[in-house]
Every structure is written in C-alpha cells, then in structure tokens.
Design a protein around this ligand. Sequence first.
Ligand SMILES: Cc1cc2nc3c(=O)[nH]c(=O)nc-3n(C[C@H](O)[C@H](O)[C@H](O)COP(=O)(O)OP(=O)(O)OC[C@H]3O[C@@H](n4cnc5c(N)ncnc54)[C@H](O)[C@@H]3O)c2cc1C
Length: 1263
Amino acid sequence: MRSKTNSAKIEGEPRARTFSRDANGSSFPRIGRPVELLRHSYDVVVIGSGYGGGVAASRMARGGQSVCLLERGKERWPGEFPTSFKDAATQIHVTGDENASDERSVPIDRGNPTGLYHLMIGEGQNAFVGNGLGGTSLLNANVFLRADKGTMEKDEWPEELTQEGALDPYYDRAEKMLEPETYPENLPEPLKLKLLREQTDLVRKYGRKEGWDPKFYRVPQTTKFADGRNSTGIEMKASTLTGQDSTGINDGSKTTTLVTYLADAWNWGAEIFCECEVRLIKKHPKEGYLVFFAWHGSRRDAFKEEMLHDLMWVHAKKFVFLGAGTLGTTEIMLRSKERGLPLSDRVGQDMSGNGDLLAFGYNTNAEVNAMGHEDPNPDNPVGPTITGVIDCREQENPLDGFVIEEGAVPRALTHLLQPLLLSLPGKIFPPSLTAVEKQQQKLAAWKSTLLGPYHAQGSLARTQVYLIMSHDANQARMTLKHNKPALEFLGVGRQKHLEKLNDLMSKMTNSSGGTFIQNPFYADFNQQEITVHPVGGMSMSVDGTPEEGATTQFGEVLTGKGKEIYEGLIVVDGALVPTALGVNPFATITALAERSVAAAARKKGITIDYDTVNGPIDPYGNPTYVPSPDHFDDLAAIKKAEAEIDEARAAGKAGTIFTEVMKGYIHIGDEIDDFEVAFDQARSETADAHFYLSVHAWDTNELVSRADHQAMLTGTFSNGMEGSPFMVSRGDFHLFNEDHHAPDQTNLTYDFDMIGTNDEVIHFNGIKVVNPTVAFSISRTWQATSSLYVTLSRPEDNHSIVGKGILHIGWHDFGRELSSFDALGHNFRLRLRTAASFLQYFTSQVATSFLAPLTSLQWPTLQYPGEDPYKKIPPSKTFSPQAIDGEVTLMKMWEPTGGLRDGEKVHDILFVPGAAVDHQIYALPTIKKNAIDYFTAAGYRCWSNTHRVGKTPLAHKHFTVYDARLDIAAALSTIRLAQEQQYGSAPEPIYVVAHCAGSIALSMGLLDGTIPASWLRGVTASNVFMFPRYTPLNKWKASLPVHLTDIYRRFTGSKWFDCTSKKSDAYTQHLLNQLLRFYPAGWNELCTSVACHRSELAFGRLWSHDRLNRATHDQLDRFLGGCSMTCLDHLVQMGLHGKVIDSDGCDLLDEDHLQKLQGLPIQLIYGTENAVFDPSCTLWDYERLRQKFGEQGYSREAFKGHGHLDCWMSETAAVKNGVFDVVRRKIDEGFDRFMSRSRKNSRRKTVGNSMTTVVNGNGIRRV
Ligand SMILES: Cc1cc2nc3c(=O)[nH]c(=O)nc-3n(C[C@H](O)[C@H](O)[C@H](O)COP(=O)(O)OP(=O)(O)OC[C@H]3O[C@@H](n4cnc5c(N)ncnc54)[C@H](O)[C@@H]3O)c2cc1C
C-alpha cells in the first residue's frame, strides 16, 4: 500500500547536475535522509546500495513495502567525485591482512571507513570495491555483459540456473532499467579501442593451436552518449569521454544504481540512510530480524571503540536483503554467525576473484590516449574507461574462456603512474629493439616525466591498460580475525592458465613495441593479483543443502540444519555468485538479484509494480509516492522532526553536532529515591549503564537563543535490562534551560522515549544541574557539567519509575567529545560563526554560575510572566479583626473545597505568618499546591491573618512581636464569632498553625493569657515557639558590641528596613545591596536576588535555595515586606535571652505563665537546615513542655533538607509525607477527645521515650 504525495510540480527537466558545467554546482541532490529520521521498524531493511541492494530496494518499494536502506558510504552525485590525487587519497579505506592464514597476524583497518575506495589486502590477491550510495557502480567501467552459456552450465550452479536462458528474463529486466548501449559509431574512435581492435588478429594467431575464436566488439555499457532522461526519470548527460569512471565520474553520463534503482526506490517511498555500516543481524524475539549497525555520521568516530560495539539497530519485520557486496555481506554474516546466528559452514568459503588480471603495455609505438582527463579533446577522446572487448569465452572447456578489455587510468593516478611503472620489477621488454628505438623510448619516458602524462609523444600517452577476466579455482575464503575480515586466495591463479594469459598480454604489448608490466601488487608483493570483481562467500548451494553452500538458489540464508532457511533473510549481491563468471559480473549479479527478489515477493504474496513508468524525477524535490501511514507508528514524531530539519535547511541555517559518551550506574527498581544512593546501590550490584549519543542542533542560533528549542539526540543507551541496547531517536537535548524548580539554576536535559530490542518503551530523563554552587570552583563546575542524574520510567504505566542513577563523563571521553564537535554550514565563515556562537553561549552560561557572586543583581520586575499559572481560588471573604489596642489587621478566609470532616460542622484552622510576610506564605501563587489549597481540599476552613509585624503598613508603626499576639487573639475572636453566628452554639476550639515570629507571638499570647488555651484545639509551631535561639551567624550578629540595627539607622537614617529594594532607592541602599553580595551565605546558597540578600541580613537565610522554585525566588519582593528597627531590636534581645520576653524585656516563661499551656497539644516542626533559628530550638520547647506536662500531646518533627520559610513555600511541602501531610495528620487526630483525656491525666505525669521524626521530601524516617 502506498499513496501519492503532493510533490511540487517539476519545472523543466530535473537534472543530475555536473560539477564542471554547472556554475551553480555547489549544491547537490540528497535522496538519503538524516539518520535522525530513521524509524524503529520497517517491513524491509536493505543493506548496501550496489546492484543487489538497489534492486531489492526498488522492487520492494514498488511492492508497497516500507523500505529502509542502510549504506556504509556517503551520498555523492556527479560533480562530487574526486579528480586529484590529494582528494582521492582522503577517500581510501584499507582493510585486510596480507598474511591472512597466519593466526598471529592482525588485520589492519586504516583510512576513511566511509571513503569511496575500499581496498582489501588479502593473502594471494587483493580486492578493490566501491563504497558509497550506489556501491561499486559509482566506480566501475560500466560493462554490461551476460555470462556465457558454458559458464552457466558449470557444476557450481543449481540445476534450475543451468537451463539455457534461465536468467534471460532477469537480464532483460536489468537491461530495461540500466539501458546499456555501445560506444556510438558516429563518435571518434578512441585510440585505446582502435589498438585493442587491431590486436584481435594477434590474439587469434596466438590461440590458434588452442582453438580460440576471439571476437572483438564494442561492449554494451551503462554509459549515456546523449543527453536525456533515463529509464527511471532522472536526467542524464552525454559522456564527455573522459576515462574517469574508476574514481567516479563527474559528467553525469554514468548509469549507476544511484540514478536508477536507488532513485526509483526513493521515488516509491524507500527511506535511505548513509554512513550506516551494518555489523550483524540477529533474530527479533517476535518477528523478523534486528539489523545492528554502526553509524559513522555526526563525528561518532571520535569514539571508535563505542562506534563498533555500541551498535544502533533497526527492526526488519518481513525481509532483510543483504546487498553489501561480496566483501561486506560475507563479513556481516561471519560476524552474525560468531554472535550466535547458526549458519552453514560454507559462509566465507567458495570465493573467487573472477580470474581478474590487470596489466600495462608501457611505452608502445603508438599513441593510446588512455590517461583519464576531465576535459579531453573531443576529436581525440579518451573514451569511457572500457569501450571494447576481445571475447574468448567460447572454448571447449569453459574454464579456459576469458575476455580482454582495454582500460583507462583515472586522472587522480596519472601523475603517480610513471614513477610507479618505472620502479616495478619483472618488466618484459620488447625483444630486438634497435638502439635508435631504445633511445626513442627513453626520450618518450622523459617527455612524460617532464611534460606530464598527457603529452602525446610521452610514454604514458602511449601506455595501454589491459583488463582480463577469466576463471580461477573459487578457492578463496574470508574469515574474521579479531573481529576484522581477512581474505585468503588459495591457488587463485590456476597458475598455468594465468601464465598463458600473461604471456599473451606481453606478446600483444611487445608487438606494438611496448614493455609489458604486471599490476603493481603482482610485481611488488609476491605475485599478488588484484580483483575488482570478488564474488562468493555466501554462495548459493547447488542442491539447497548447507554442505554445498550458504544460501538457496534464491539467496535465502540457510540455517545450517538441512534445507531449513531463515525466512526473509536473503542475499542479493555478488556474494551469492557461486563461481567466477569469466566476464564482468554486474549484469549477472543484477539479474540474480531481480530473480531472488521476485521469488521472495511471490512467496509473501507481494505484487511488484514493474510496469508503472516514472515521470521526470527531481532528486532535489520530493518523491512521488510514500508508503501508506499504516506501516508506521511514529508518524507524528517523524513529521515534526522532518519539519524542523527541512525548515533549517531551507533557510540555510547552520547546525552543530557533537557526540557524547557517559558511563555510570543505574539501579533498577523504584524503592530508592535518592540518586546518589541509587548510584551506590547499582555500583554494588555492578549494574553499569552508559549511553553513546550524538547531538544535532539543526539551527544553532535557535538552540542558544530560544528556551523552547532543543537539539536532537540519536544513539543508544545500554544497561543490563532486557531490551538493551535501547535505540534513541529524536530525543530532546536542552542546553542550559532555566530550571523552574530552582532559582538561578540552569539544566542540561536529556529527555526521550527509547525503544528496546524487545519493543518495550522506556523513558529516559537525565539532568545536569548548573547553579551558583559551582562559584569559583573548577572541580565543582566540572562535577556539575559532567554528572547526569538519570530517571528511567515506563511511559505506558503512568511513568512509573524503572530505575535511578547517575552517569558521568570521564576526562578522556570529554576530550573525544570535544574532538567530535563540528559546526555545519554551507561556507567556512558561517561554520566559524556558528562554532563561535555555540562555544560562547556554552562558556557564558557556565561562567554565569562560576562567577555568580559577581554577576548582575536580580531586581524585582513589575511584570511577572506567567502570573497565576495555577489559577488559585481567591479568598472567600476578607475580615478586619480589631485588637484590644484598637489596631485593625486583615484576615482572609477560604471555605473548604473538599468534603467536611464530620459531615456537618466546619473545622477551622488559623494560619499565622511570621514577620515581614503575610498570608501568601500559606497561599503561595507560584507553587502548584500551597497550604491553603491542601487544607481546604482536606475539608478545613482556612483563615490567615497578617499581624502587625507582618507584611502590612502597620509594621512601620514600630510594634514588636509581643504586640502581634493581640492580633492573633483578635483573629481567633473573629473566627469564634463567625462560628457562633453560623451554628448558634458555643464556638469550637480552633487549630492554629503559626510560623516563626507568628509562632513566637502565639506562644507569648498563650503564656500571658491574652489568648486562652481553651480557644485552641491544638497548635503547630513552625521552626520556633517559646525558645528563639539563633544560628551561630545570627547569634554573632546579635552579640556585636554595636548593634547592626544601630549601624543601619546611622548609615541610612531610616528606622525601617525593607527586604526589597528598587533601582530608584537611595545610594546607601544600593551600596548595601552591593555589599550584601558577599554576605556569607554558604556556597550552596549563592544567588543574585536583592530581596533574598536583604532578607537574609535581617533574619538570616530564609530558605534552602534548592527548595524554592524559580517563580517564587524571582518574585520574592511580592511576598516579603520589611521590619522596623523596634521589631528587630526585640527579636535580637529574645535571641540573646534564648527565650520569649515581652516588649520591656520581662521573662514570660516562668512557671505560672507556662501553666497556661496545660492540656494544649503542640506539634513542633522544623527544617533541619534552618538558618534563622537553630534547628535545636524546638527541642527546648519539646523538652520543657514534656517536663512540665508529661509526654502526651507533644511531638517534634524534622524536615530534612528544608530551611525556614521553605517548609511552607516549597513545592515539596505537598509531596507524600511532606510538611502538609505531617501537619494534617496531627490536625486530623481527635484533639478534643484527647484534650479531655489529657486534662484528666494531667497529674499522672509520665516520662517515657517519645519519638522524634525526621522527614525528608518523600518519606518519614524514624531516628
Ligand atoms: C574499478 C572497477 C571497475 C569495474 N568494472 C566493471 C564493469 O565494467 N562491469 C562489471 O560487470 N563489473 C565491473 N566492476 C564490478 C562491479 O561493479 C561489481 O561486481 C558490482 O558492483 C557488485 O555489486 P554488488 O551489488 O555485489 O555490490 P557493490 O556494488 O559493491 O555494493 C555494495 C555496497 O554495500 C556497501 N556496504 C558494504 N559493507 C556494508 C555494510 N557493512 N553495511 C552497509 N553497507 C555496506 C558498500 O559501500 C557498497 O555501496 C568493476 C569494479 C571496479 C572496482
């Protein structure tokens, strides 16, 4: 099933652009997709893109299948092929082992693994193949010759294929696509072709005794000699007759698989991915196969080890077609076998070099003009690399058959050729040269050396290239040594046969006065040949058994157990060919591939549409068809990514890439909440984990300037879990995003769903945290930027936790990460600018934290972006309680939002704030669930008053905390009145939650009787109650010989200290703000907020920064007021006394006062990091109360990691077992029952072990 796309109408003819002719040739088509767009499964995965791969991709796409093609090399179009030696040298990849049979020797792997030219050194023979989108068709000499009847009747072929004409329909199909044609008679005959033609008689004479019947003809070749569209719809150009085919031709005349089968596959919806080297295949646990590959893109080769071992994968549901060429396919299958895929023992055996011989007729009498040239003389063209053949295949014994073709040397090699040929040993000089002729030859050699390879009188211009294909013993084999391929050609040459052919070529050369020279490998390396036509390795079995071959006649891979096959695992390239063909092989490889793919389709009931002819194809545009959406479950994600990539590309945006490896330990299980603990636990379980991810920002500008913009992550995550390695595709990477949960904190986040080999989806969330705690510390900065806190969860199960842990970057890996960094853009300046802007952004972000105390101060903003994002319910009513001294304060009331606790009566809680704050600490608009939200939902009616030392204009009137008790009494009276009015009965006791100065004021009111204890159901005293004792720093401030309040009064002339400050304030306030940068807050608590610094001076640090979210911290001026010097002086005095005193300094804690608290349940809560009051001060209350009234009714609970105000203003207050839960449990207890009981028991004072509870974010730990 497929559908037509709305591809843009093609204007004019689409073209294969050519480098030399196209002034605008800087941009080339790309039919390959970025690997970031790879889906996790397809119906069909095709490996390699030569003839076999091309056929499979095109036919399967035409059969309506979703197709993914993975190709190791890069995509290059005419105009992008190297022409100079310097450029060509960067494209060489050398592998293999010249001592393959020696167990001790280790194969090499050098050069560029995605380079265009792959030379495999073997023992006895070397092989040269192409590597790129189009396979060896990009480099070959285009000769399209069918195998002869004698060869097809050889014993190695299965019977069906030995039938006369068995392959003809498939040759015809290949011809229809590849459109071979012979060198036109109306073009000037190339001199090398003329010479070969003339040599036919000599060959005939030479082989008369043997009964040879040599036939000379112009070869059918896949070269275009006229402009026009090819069979697929791609526009081609007429050959410029350059002889450059073997290094890749730039004139647009070559009918490669790129411009035929692959373009067709693309046009029918196949998705093509380059730089993906398939390493092995495994069976998928449910259906089909897992194809594991190393992705060479995104500079992943900076991590060589990881690249070949941390393999990415794709799932092939129905078919895997192996088209990686003889060498590639055999290597993949050998490795798959080694890694547990049972296969026939013939894998890697029965290989052949196709009897290839390469040799030179150097410095002949006549001009041959076989040196490739980008711009040859049209009257004396070089011609395509091969144009003619002397065909000697018709022999009694087909094994004696051979063909001789003329060749051309590509320009990139011409300058090396002369010194190379002169230096080679084993030359066969023409006999009986006269002295004059000898001098003429020397002169010609000098001319080539001095005047270059194209000088008509020079030796190179007179050098002929011979290419022979014949039959060898099919005795070569490939093995894996140290995970690398090694080739052994055993008895490759059928020595006698080889000697005869060499003798023939030397005769041909000498007869034209030239010197016969073997190929460089033969001469220099122990008589080694070189083949460009390796075949076999996964040969078809003559009888379908694994003893005779590795596959069936249709390329289906045998399991090794009888005739059993792996359904859908099919070899379609040269590896399938069971014997040398005695002629150029690609026509036969293509025909066999057509046959195998047709058979596979038939078997699965797939109908291939061979008939629909493409219209003109524009490889710059969109394909005509796409597979039906039913094939995919990731359409939306792919569409979004595609749109992002297309947009960046269309706008010519510059991107950035780098690759990262992080290693560590992840504990699997949900019982450990803390990352460090989970890491330690995982380490003890050796549950190591790592990822190997590439980051691609398609538009670097966007990444660094827009908070909502992310880069894409691609790669793998591996740990011991089932389904590992997990594939990561299109993951989100955010660079220094503001953390909304923590002030002054930016995070690097890694967030993605990843899919396991068992199809399970796991969500990965990783955060690197950078905040001012790193200030002035290189080691902390490194620690912060190199530690990733990881949470794994299961998206399908409501993100239930799968595991937690930490991954780190090692120094060595960091070095490699830096070397993988690259900026992408269409010119050097753009790339430079991009790299600079990325690095500048990165360093400036890190520097902001590193230099945090020195960076600009954060001032209050008038506009709060995203104000009230949580849509808080406003108070139901506002009251104005009047205290007995006549002062009026404000009190807000919120009706319950949840069901009432006893179904009828509403129970009241009064929340009393501290100094310089108001009801907002309980009704905070910047957190999702504040105390009021929580307790109203729990069925309570909540009240909160702002007493006279809170954030209120009254606070300027120089009241003390002691005075504020009157406001609490007034508030309680107001509530009691409301109760009476509502129920017409006596008021009920009220529960009071009081914080800091509010709690102190409450205790004072209770102690001096202003507030009768009987009005109260119970009290939660937050962080302090009757014993205000300061932390060491606050104590030191309080005990200074000159009080800070006096200094401030003198310095500013003001009796009011405002916790906030504006830019318009007096310079004295500004000076103070600047000095406060250096207030000793502790490294973990550095910030730049003016309001935070100022409140810290007045009271001590009011929170643990990591508990406040960014929105709260950014808007502190909204929640903080100020304090009069009178109030501060009173607080200082209390701190010095260590207990509550009234405004005149009189002690309120004598026994009589204390007695008033009898029977009042009191819960004391405190943050373990409280920096205002010493966390132990509530212990004094606790002990004193129990000492006086017995242990019942009192509890003390600690909140780990919390400071002072954050006990109420933090998002974690609402988590399970957080502050709200713990306070609510106390309120929920039936206190009135308890109160009557406790009064009865008041005289039976018991001393027992009571419990202190330490509460962290999520759970209570008893200590
Ligand atoms: C210089 C030269 C001239 C030639 N001239 C002729 C000629 O005139 N006529 C003729 O018939 N033959 C010629 N040949 C040979 C012919 O081109 C090959 O036999 C033919 O291309 C083989 O086709 P294939 O499908 O088996 O593999 P290939 O065309 O070699 O394609 C294999 C593809 O798989 C890719 N690959 C390899 N390993 C992997 C992997 N692990 N993962 C993913 N991809 C991988 C490779 O990069 C390559 O693109 C010539 C070869 C050369 C080198």
